[in-house]
Design a protein around this ligand. Structure first.
Ligand code: CIR
Length: 260
């Protein structure tokens, strides 16, 4: 396992999917998720986080918000404080109020992104003390500007990256610490990532770019053998988890938790 300099996570927050999950936003064209299978996959995901050493807080399902299990989008956790976001999708804006108390219990500093800006946590990828912020269909310049101002007050930095052809920045890129970036081909020549060692996932395994580093482990979707072999060659312990029902809603390994 590479000797990681820097962060170690101790906690994660997840939210159980509700039956309304089947009504979640999607552009994947893979059909509707099966609720029972999604619930079982979510339990497997929680076990994976625990096996990577995290204490996991499981929040109750919110039936009024079909996409609310994708907790990553409603907040960004940094070592210096948490930032509550203002999601770009109208149907998701109300989710933020429901995560606030869990974050206030864990962080001394909690700040907010306010109207008119919008920002989804799935567009924020932290590399050392710099957050790369995807400008996407969900995250706009006003949201990114507020976010960068918060980061600077916390002693961190932020810079924007254009994101097209995918939902969020982390739909197609995962920082695995130690200078390693797992990414889809679209980010092959992205100047913002010039200082990182890019490991490109095969085009037919693009979904596996949405993976997460957790304390030397990489939690990744099951069924992507070449990406898994690449991750293992880099010295990480790969933890594959079944995520097919969340893939149907454009969500993956990073979207389902907040790690800190
Ligand atoms: C959405 O469209 O908002 C959800 N169906 C999927 C969110 C996935 N989140 C993420 O990539 N961080």
């Amino acid at each position: 396992m590479p000797a990681t300099k820097g962060i170690m996570f101790t906690h994660a927050i997840v939210r159980r999917p509700g039956h309304s999950l089947v009504l979640g936003l999607t552009e994947a064209g893979l059909g509707r998720p099966d609720f029972s299978r999604a619930l079982a996959q979510h339990e497997g995901y929680v076990k994976a986080l625990e096996s990577a050493g995290l204490h996991v807080t499981v929040l109750p399902a919110l039936e009024e918000y079909p996409d609310s299990c994708f907790v990553e989008d409603v907040a960004v956790c940094t070592p210096k404080g948490a930032i509550l976001t203002r999601p770009g999708a109208q149907s998701r804006k109300g989710e933020v109020a429901h995560i606030e108390s869990a974050l206030r219990a864990a962080f001394d500093t909690v700040v907010t992104i306010d109207e008119p800006g919008s920002l989804d946590g799935g567009d924020v990828m932290m590399v050392g003390d710099t957050c790369h912020i995807g400008l996407s269909k969900r995250t706009d310049r006003a949201g990114a500007k507020q976010f960068i101002e918060h980061l600077e007050k916390l002693g961190l930095k932020g810079e924007t990256v254009p994101v097209s052809s995918m939902l969020h920045l982390k739909t197609g890129a995962a920082y695995l610490e130690d200078g390693h970036l797992l990414a889809v081909e679209a980010f092959q020549n992205e100047p913002a990532f010039a200082g990182l060692d890019r490991h490109l996932v095969p085009a037919d395994e693009a979904y596996a770019a949405n993976s997460i580093w957790v304390n030397g482990n990489v939690i990744m979707p099951a069924g992507f053998p070449r990406t898994q072999a690449m991750v293992e060659r880099l010295g990480y312990r790969a933890i594959p988890v079944e995520l097919s029902e969340f893939q149907k809603l454009d969500g993956g390994a990073s979207c389902l938790s907040l790690r800190f």
